[in-house]
Design a protein around this ligand. Structure first.
Ligand code: ADP
Ligand code: XUL
Length: 548
C-alpha cells in the first residue's frame, strides 16, 4: 500500500530540523540545517546575536534555512508524497511583517529564493529570542495592569516573563515605534513559519499563544486590560490577528514549494505550535501523564484537565485536545546540582556515578525515606541550588534541615545523606507542584516518562519514581532529541485522519522501546512512603525561603 508522508518542522534556536513520517508515524527521513555552521555569513553564535540583555535572531537566516532544508529533504525523500506539514518552534519569539507581506507571501515565485522575495516584507529584520531578558519595565506593566503576578498567572497561565511575547511586543512599541507602526502582523515563530509554508498569513495557534502573557485562557480571548497597555486596543488586536484553536488544515502548501521542490500540491498546512507543546505530542500521553526531562536543568511537563495556575510555573492550552492543558515546571538546578553531590561523595572529579548510585540504591533497599527508616523520628530535607532557582524563586543557596518532631536543626548531616537528599528534594518539589493539576483519584501521576541526559541512570529514575508514585509505571525514553519535530509530524498525520488524539498516538507508538523503571524492593512496604513527606517539604521550604 502507498503511504502518505507528513513533515514536522522544528525551528529552534540553533537549527531547523525536518522529520518526515508515514501515516503509521514511522520515520522516513530526518534532515537538519545548523544556523551557525550552514550560514556563517550571519555571524550568529548558537543561532543568535546576544547583546547585553537583548538576544535576537535574523529572520532572513531562517528563510535561507527553510530553502536549504527543502533542498536536503528533496534529495532523500519523495516530497510528492507529502500530504501534510506542521511544526513545533521555539516559543515566545516574534516576527514583524509589514504591509507588503500578505501580497508577497501570496505571489512567491520559484525562480527566486524565499530570502530575496520576503526580506522586504518585514518591519524588523530581527526576532527577539526566548533568551532575551530586556523587558523588565514591560513585565512590571503587564502585572500591574491586572493586579499582580498571581492574577496574571490566573488569566494567562504564567506570571510576566521577560521572554514572553506580549512584553516583547510592548518593548518594540516603546523602543522602536517606527517598527511597531510599520507592522501589519506580529507572528510567533510558529505562525511565521506556517505562513511561509502556506503562502498566506496563518493565525497564531492557541497553545503557543499561551507563551505571550496576553491570551486569557479561560475566556479564550486576548485580555482587554493587557491590550490597553498598547494604547490602541484595536490596532494591537489586528496586528496579532485571530488565535486559532483548530487542528484541521488551514490551507494547502504554497505553490512555491510545489514548483521548486516537488511537494504534493494537496499537501495541507496544519497549525504550527511551540516546541514544548510539540514535545508532549511525541509520546502516548493521557491526562495525568508526566514527562520529566533530566537535562542540565529539570523540566516537568504534565497533561492535565485541571486548570490550576501558579506564578511558579506555566500552563498552556493543549496543542491538540481542546479542554486539556499542559503544565510546565522549569527548574534551573537539575544535573549540575546532582553532579556536585556526586563529586563530593567521590572526593574527586572523575564524573563516575557508581558510588552515588550505590548509596542511593542501598538507601532505597533499606526503605529509607527522608534519610531514615519509618520508625525514626529524625527526617532530613535539603535544598541544593548551586544556581539561582526559579521554583522557588531564590538566589543560589544550600540548606540541610533535620526535623525531630517540630524541632528543626540545620547542617548536621553525614555527606552521603546528600545523595538520597537531593533526589528526594527534587522529586518532592515536582510532586508538590504537580498534585493540584492531577485529576486521578489518588492524585498521583498515571505514567512518568524520563528523558534527557540523566534518564540514562536507572537508579536516579528509581529514586524519583519512589517519590512520584505513578500508578501506571515509570519509563526511561532513550532519545528525545527530535521529539518536538516528531510531535509536529504526528500532529500533521493526525489532522489527516482526525479522531481522538490520545488513541491516535497510542496506536502508533511502540512502547516496547521504553525501559521500565524498577523501584528496589525495600521501598515496597508501603505504596506511597512519601505522602507525609510532602507536608514536611512544604514546611521546610517555608523555613528556608520565608518570602516565597
Ligand atoms: P541538555 O539539557 O543541556 O540538553 P542533556 O539532556 O544532555 O543536556 O543532559 C546532560 C546532563 O545529563 C549532564 O549534566 C549529566 O549530569 C547528566 N547525565 C548524563 N548521563 C548521566 C548518568 N549516567 N547519570 C546521571 N546523570 C547523567
Ligand atoms: C519555554 C522556553 C524555551 C523555548 C526553547 O518557555 O522559553 O523552552 O521554547 O525553544
Amino acid at each position: 500500500m502507498e503511504h502518505n508522508y507528513y513533515l514536522g518542522l522544528d525551528l529552534s534556536t540553533q537549527q531547523l530540523k525536518g522529520i518526515v513520517v508515514d501515516d503509521k508515524l514511522k520515520q522516513i527521513a530526518l534532515e537538519k540545517v545548523d544556523f551557525d555552521a550552514d550560514f556563517p555569513a550571519y555571524k550568529t553564535v548558537k543561532g543568535v546575536y546576544a547583546n547585553g540583555k537583548e538576544v535576537q535572531a535574523p529572520v532572513a537566516m531562517w528563510l535561507e534555512a527553510l530553502d536549504l532544508l527543502f533542498t536536503r529533504l528533496g534529495k532523500v525523500v519523495d516530497l510528492g508524497k507529502l500530504h501534510g506539514v506542521s511544526g513545533a518552534c521555539q516559543q515566545h519569539g516574534s516576527v514583524y511583517w509589514n504591509t507588503k507581506a500578505a501580497s508577497t507571501l501570496g505571489n512567491l515565485t520559484e525562480s527566486q529564493s524565499l530570502k530575496d522575495q520576503l526580506s522586504p516584507a518585514f518591519a524588523w529584520d530581527l526576532s527577539p529570542n526566548w533568551q532575551d531578558h530586556s523587558t523588565e519595565q514591560e513585565c512590571q506593566q503587564f502585572e500591574a495592569a491586572v493586579g499582580g503576578p498571581d492574577k496574571l498567572a490566573e488569566i494567562t497561565g504564567s506570571k510576566a516573563h521577560h521572554r514572553f511575547t506580549g512584553p516583547q511586543i510592548l518593548k518594540v512599541k516603546h523602543k522602536m515605534p517606527q517598527v511597531y507602526d510599520a507592522t501589519d502582523r506580529v507572528a510567533l515563530v510558529s505562525s511565521f513559519l506556517a505562513s511561509v509554508l502556506a503562502g498566506q498569513y496563518v493565525d497564531i495557534e492557541v497553545s503557543d499563544a499561551c507563551g505571550m502573557n496576553l491570551w486569557d485562557i479561560a475566556n479564550r480571548q486576548l485580555h482587554p486590560q493587557l491590550l490597553e497597555l498598547f494604547g490602541d486596543k484595536e490596532g494591537i488586536s489586528q496586528k496579532i490577528g485571530p488565535i486559532n484553536q483548530a487542528t484541521a488544515a488551514v490551507s494547502k502548501v504554497s505553490a512555491y514549494f510545489v514548483q521548486k521542490y516537488g511537494v504534493n500540491p494537496d499537501c495541507a498546512v496544519i497549525p504550527f505550535t511551540g516546541d514544548n507543546p510539540g514535545t508532549i505530542l511525541s509520546l502516548p500521553l493521557q491526562a495525568n501523564d508526566v514527562i520529566v526531562s533530566l537535562g542540565t536543568s529539570t523540566t516537568a511537563l504534565v497533561v492535565t484537565n485541571n486548570y490550576v495556575p501558579s506564578p511558579l510555573y506555566h500552563l498552556f492550552a493543549h496543542p491538540v485536545s481542546a479542554g486539556s492543558y499542559m503544565g510546565m515546571l522549569c527548574y534551573c538546578n537539575g544535573s549540575l546540582a546532582r553532579e556536585k553531590v556526586r563529586d563530593a561523595v567521590n572526593g574527586d572529579n572523575s564524573g563516575d556515578w557508581t558510588k552515588f548510585n550505590l548509596i542511593a540504591q542501598q538507601a532505597m533497599e533499606q526503605g529509607k525515606v527522608l534519610g531514615s527508616n519509618s520508625d525514626s523520628e529524625c527526617k532530613r530535607i535539603g535544598f541544593f541550588f548551586p544556581l539561582a532557582e526559579i521554583i522557588p524563586s531564590v538566589d543560589s543557596c544550600q540548606h540541610r534541615l533535620t526535623w525531630r518532631g517540630d524541632a528543626v536543626t540545620h547542617d548536621d548531616w553525614p555527606a552521603d545523606a546528600d545523595v538520597l537528599g537531593i533526589l528526594e528534594s527534587q522529586a518532592l518539589s515536582i510532586r508538590y507542584r504537580l498534585t493540584p493539576m492531577l485529576t486521578s483519584a489518588d492524585r498521583h501521576p498515571r505514567r512518568v516518562y524520563y528523558v534527557g541526559g540523566a534518564s540514562a541512570n536507572p537508579t536516579i529514575c528509581a529514586a524519583l519514581t519512589r517519590v512520584l508514585v505513578p500508578s501506571g509505571g515509570a519509563f526511561r525514553v532513550a532519545d528525545m532529541s527530535d521529539a518536538c519535530a516528531f510531535g509536529a509530524a504526528a500532529k500533521a498525520a493526525h489532522s489527516a485522519v482526525g479522531g481522538q488524539w490520545e488513541e491516535f498516538i497510542a496506536q502508533r507508538t511502540d512502547s516496547s522501546t521504553f525501559a521500565s523503571v524498577t523501584v528496589p524492593d525495600g521501598s515496597r512496604d508501603s505504596a506511597d512512603s512519601y505522602s507525609e513527606a510532602v507536608d514536611l517539604f512544604v514546611r521546610s521550604e517555608a523555613q528556608c525561603f520565608k518570602s516565597d
